[in-house]
Design a protein around this ligand. Structure first.
Ligand code: R5P
Length: 310
């Protein structure tokens, strides 16, 4: 078994290798003068079970192309099996046609990864579970919920906690966390008029006097999150903390979060935190290295991955 990584999330890849007690495979990803990507695998992979770790996070297209080219390089070097490990799967939000004459880019990206030569995919908290079906190769979608729930238990008095979904689409995820914590559930009914903008309408559930925990898969502009936090506090919540798997945090999102009423935003390292994220007073990053490392190990040993979530 060998593990390689592109440039998107070296820190996580190293932490995963640490968990696996393996060195990170030697690979160089370089640029030609015109920015074409060139990859060189620096060690023999013939007959190996190869895992390539790469989040297709910002700059999304560059990181996606790096992943595709790495898969191609490893395939042409006669690896026995290639698993593309995407802690964050970019383009997942484009999983259906929002209107006429629009693409389903999540499907296109799935096709590209398969065509490049991946035999399996391992990912985390897909924006929509059904994206698994976009791949005709085995695809494991891991859940961050056990890691998030452990952190909540270590930091909160569960008696006063209410789990909140920031929109109707996220209710299944929020319900899963509420069930694990044995807590009540509330929902923020969000309406979005234009892409990239969000507007809070109603809070469904009595959040008065509660420590609210917002749970979501992605924080991008931070609009959904900050608006939901404001609505909860207006409805009498004592405090609002957010647990979100993928800290996309584009543009001015970090500033938006630091100047918001949020007590804390807890994200995972599925996307490598920027220095702005690392120095934000109310953003904390928890690691998925153990979860991803264990899933990689089980995949390699042909053991159950789903039992990680029993
Ligand atoms: C939407 O369905 C997702 O689950 C997130 O709520 C959304 O992507 C967050 O985006 P933003 O932070 O830009 O509001």
């Amino acid at each position: 078994m060998k593990v390689f990584a592109g440039n998107s999330n070296r820190l996580l890849a190293e932490a995963i290798c640490n968990y696996l007690n393996l060195p990170l495979g030697k690979a160089t990803v370089r640029r030609f003068a015109d920015q074409e990507i060139f990859v060189e695998i620096g060690e023999n992979v013939r007959g190996e079970d190869v895992f390539i770790i790469q989040s297709t996070s910002f700059p999304t297209n560059d990181h996606l192309m790096e992943l595709l080219i790495m898969i191609d390089a490893v395939r042409r070097s006669s690896a026995r099996r290639i698993t593309a490990v995407l802690p964050y799967f970019g383009y997942a939000r484009q999983d259906r046609k929002p209107g006429p004459r629009t693409p389903i880019s999540a499907k296109l990206v799935s096709n590209l990864i398969t065509e490049a030569g991946a035999d399996r995919v391992l990912t985390l908290d897909l924006h929509a579970g059904q994206i698994q079906g976009f791949f005709d190769i085995p695809t494991d979608n891991l859940y961050a919920i056990p890691i998030l729930a452990r952190d909540v238990k270590e930091n909160y008095d569960l008696k006063n906690v209410m789990v909140v979904s920031p929109d109707v689409g996220g209710v299944v995820r929020a319900r899963a966390l509420a069930k694990r914590l044995d807590c009540l559930l509330a929902i923020v009914d969000k309406r979005r008029d234009r892409p990239g903008e969000s507007e809070v309408m109603n809070v469904i559930g009595d959040v008065k006097g509660k420590d609210c925990l917002l749970i979501d898969d992605i924080v991008d502009s931070g609009g959904t999150l900050c608006n939901a936090a404001e609505a909860l506090l207006k409805n009498g919540a004592t405090s609002v903390t957010a647990y979100i798997t993928h800290g996309v945090l584009s543009g001015g999102a970090v500033a938006r979060v630091t100047s918001s009423m949020l007590k804390e935003l807890v994200i995972t390292d599925s996307i490598q935190p920027t220095t702005a994220v690392q120095s934000a007073h109310n953003i904390r990053v928890i690691s998925t290295a153990g979860l991803l490392g264990e899933a990689i190990s089980r995949t390699s040993q042909e053991e159950s991955v789903s039992s990680l979530f029993d």
